[in-house]
Design a protein around this ligand. Sequence first.
Ligand code: NAD
Length: 373
Amino acid sequence: MLDSTPSMNVFSHPEFDNHEHLSFFCDSETGLKAIVAIHNTSRGPAMGGCRMFPYTTDEQALRDVLRLSRGMTYKSALANLDLGGGKSVIIGDPRKQKTEALMEAMGHHLEGLGGQYIAAEDSGTSVPDLKVMGRHTRHVAGIASRTGFDGNPSNGDPSPATAYGTFIGLKAAVKHKLGRDNLNGLKVAIQGIGNVGFRLAKHLKDAGAELWVYDIHDDNMQRAVDQLGAKPATAEDILFLPVDVVAPCAMGAVLNDDSILQLQATIVAGAANNLLEHPEHDAMLRDRGILYAPDFAINAGGIIDVFYERTGATPEKVRAHVDTIGDTLTEIFNRSDRSGRPTGEIANELAEERFKKHTACAGPAPERLACTG
Ligand code: NAD
């Protein structure tokens, strides 16, 4: 008799994309159910966040981990880091099901992967959780107290480096689109004034920019108004103000059919992940004459910082590497202009050039296609 239980495809999953390694962990004592996805290790061990989320189906968890893991390969390769891409998900509600024992069990499992995957914090996990995992494995990152890239004490939080990298990327976009080096009087609207958004606002303020801000939490918005002289905006208008740059630093999918038509800014440069609702919105931005700084290029400061935590590099070296985000974006913008193709597509292509040349499947497109599926 045929089993009527819904099946979950793995190798033929639409998001599988030649992942090198998948591990499914189950620990009945602690209730741990986790998946680790390692997409590509051609440049080095796979690094990426460990997310805890109450997925309602195993399929949802698998889809999320595959997509996120692949994204890390592209982000690290584009940032020229000796890292591959990976991600892990723990299935469960972090507010109700997170225990020290569960985090310890995750640490044990990560140790069993022998360093092929290195976990960092992500939504649903925190630095203290990673430290608990770290009782059983060395393969966790973003937890060390040290002098940060900016000379200030750092506890492993990647946000300062992400904000600085976003600022550098935004400047590269302004130079390319508006032909100016100086941000004095530049009008910027920032959506989301959290860990990254507030620090980005501070960099921009110091450079003389005029700021508009909106956050769903009044106190976060008020802090930017009081401390940085930013002007408060509303949920409805923050993306559509007559400014030079819109910097989304809250959540993804804010660039969609509706919002793109209403944008008045000619540059989108923000730290939030997965800004495009669908890949085709990349071309829609270009068609409207809006320069889009691809999210995974501009927000790589954090992964650069976490990478160097493990190598013990000087703050100057970390900062110099974060500064290269501007060069990478300029290369993307120039290639986009020369080819007439959108910037997100070019960023993917550039990342692939940086990691596929090392892989068994590398080669001209037809050979790569033969390896797919
Ligand atoms: P955060 O949680 O500290 O800040 C996000 C802010 O956005 C919060 O203040 C929140 O109140 C606000 N917000 C949420 N929904 C909103 C909405 N609809 N409109 C306006 N504001 C809203 O997070 P963060 O660490 O600052 O990260 C911001 C974004 O950057 C996220 O998309 C994150 O994935 C991405 N990112 C962060 C890092 C990092 O190092 N922290 C690295 C890469 C990418």
